[in-house]
Design a protein around this ligand. Structure first.
Ligand SMILES: NC(=O)c1ccc[n+]([C@@H]2O[C@H](COP(=O)([O-])OP(=O)(O)OC[C@H]3O[C@@H](n4cnc5c(N)ncnc54)[C@H](OP(=O)(O)O)[C@@H]3O)[C@@H](O)[C@H]2O)c1
Length: 297
């Protein structure tokens, strides 16, 4: 039995990780800012909920103190005026909290592209955090590098409904790995259960296989009875302007656009696919969730 701190416990990856760990006899200390969202776990056996901000290193350290392990992440702030400064500040607060709490094991949810700041856009901030974590002495750090989430396509539903296309700044034909968040959460829960890493290590998570946006669009289109749905690659500037119109800050829109460009140029396709990085859920499996959400809206 371990005491496990989970930052971002109400998010897509965090909440599924918690659900996978419930009932295994661990003490779970769950962190997010909004207390109302944490309530879903508050009455579960072995769970403590802690509402607070990861910018506050004293708060984080007080929750982490005495834990066997902490799962940390740098949540995306779509409104950040300066996304790099936001990521560095929250990242440094987490490093400070690791030091203050004396915790000896950390699992960091990074991303493919986390090996470099070059052409990785929003992921560059995760790459800088990887470097900070690797410098910590006496702390075992496991860095997970999952690829692009299939759930990101749920954000395209209104475009499909209103414009009758699927589109983004990513190339139509270039194949790229895609993963379902349930597969990430399963691996994280297994790692937090087993605590079997020492020193500094990295584990890429690449989904079942690589897909092009044309393939994704065909599968998702068929799932909603639109087999002729087409994919359109938007010019980078147009993609950025559309994000700003949706209310995303200029800085974050720029960082997402740089990430898409980096994906198109191959900067994210550097991890090795093998049995440990391949996970089960295919885009055809995910399409069932996609169709369900499509018809709910
Ligand atoms: N999307 C992708 O394709 C992709 C690919 C690879 C890696 N990733 C990485 O995976 C991470 C997790 O993704 P996700 O989809 O699970 O995130 P998510 O659903 O947005 O969840 C974020 C979680 O963090 C909490 N949170 C946000 N800001 C916080 C703060 N300042 N202090 C404390 N808690 C805070 C949120 O709850 P509150 O709002 O209540 O605080 C929520 O529980 C991303 O941030 C990214 O770094 C994403």
């Amino acid at each position: 039995m371990s005491t496990i701190t989970i930052l971002g416990a109400t998010g897509q990856v965090g909440s599924q990780t918690v659900n996978n760990l419930l009932g295994k006899g661990h003490n779970l200390r769950l962190i997010a800012r909004h207390a109302d969202k944490l309530q879903q776990f508050a009455d579960k056996k072995g769970v403590e909920v802690h509402a607070g901000d990861s910018f506050n290193s004293d708060f984080l350290a007080s929750v982490m103190k005495g834990s066997d392990v902490a799962m940390l992440m740098i949540p995306t702030n779509l409104l950040a005026e300066n996304t790099a400064a936001y990521q560095d500040e929250i990242g440094k607060a987490q490093i400070e909290a690791i030091r203050k709490s004396g915790i000896k094991k950390v699992l960091f949810l990074s991303s493919v592209g986390g090996h470099t700041e070059e052409h990785t856009g929003i992921v560059a901030g995760l790459a800088r955090q990887e470097i900070r974590l690797k410098k910590l002495e006496g702390v075992d750090v496991l860095i997970l590098r999952p690829t692009y989430f299939m759930e990101n396509f749920l954000g395209n539903i209104s475009m499909i409904k209103n414009m009758h296309i699927n589109g983004s700044a990513m190339s139509a034909d270039k194949q790229f790995p895609l993963i379902a968040t349930r597969d990430i959460a399963k691996v994280i829960a297994e790692k937090l259960d087993q605590l079997d890493w020492e020193g500094k290590s990295t584990l890429p998570l690449l989904g079942a296989r690589d897909y092009s946006m044309n393939e994704v669009t065909r599968v998702l289109g068929e799932s909603i009875d639109q087999p002729a749905l087409s994919y359109v690659q938007f010019p980078y500037q147009q993609a950025k302007e559309a994000m700003v119109q949706w209310g995303i800050s200029e800085s974050v829109a720029q960082a997402f656009t740089e990430m898409s460009e980096g994906i198109n140029l191959g900067y994210f396709n550097t991890e090795i696919r093998d049995s440990s990085s391949t996970t089960p859920t295919t885009i055809e499996d995910f399409a069932k969730t996609f169709a369900h959400v499509y018809h709910l809206n």
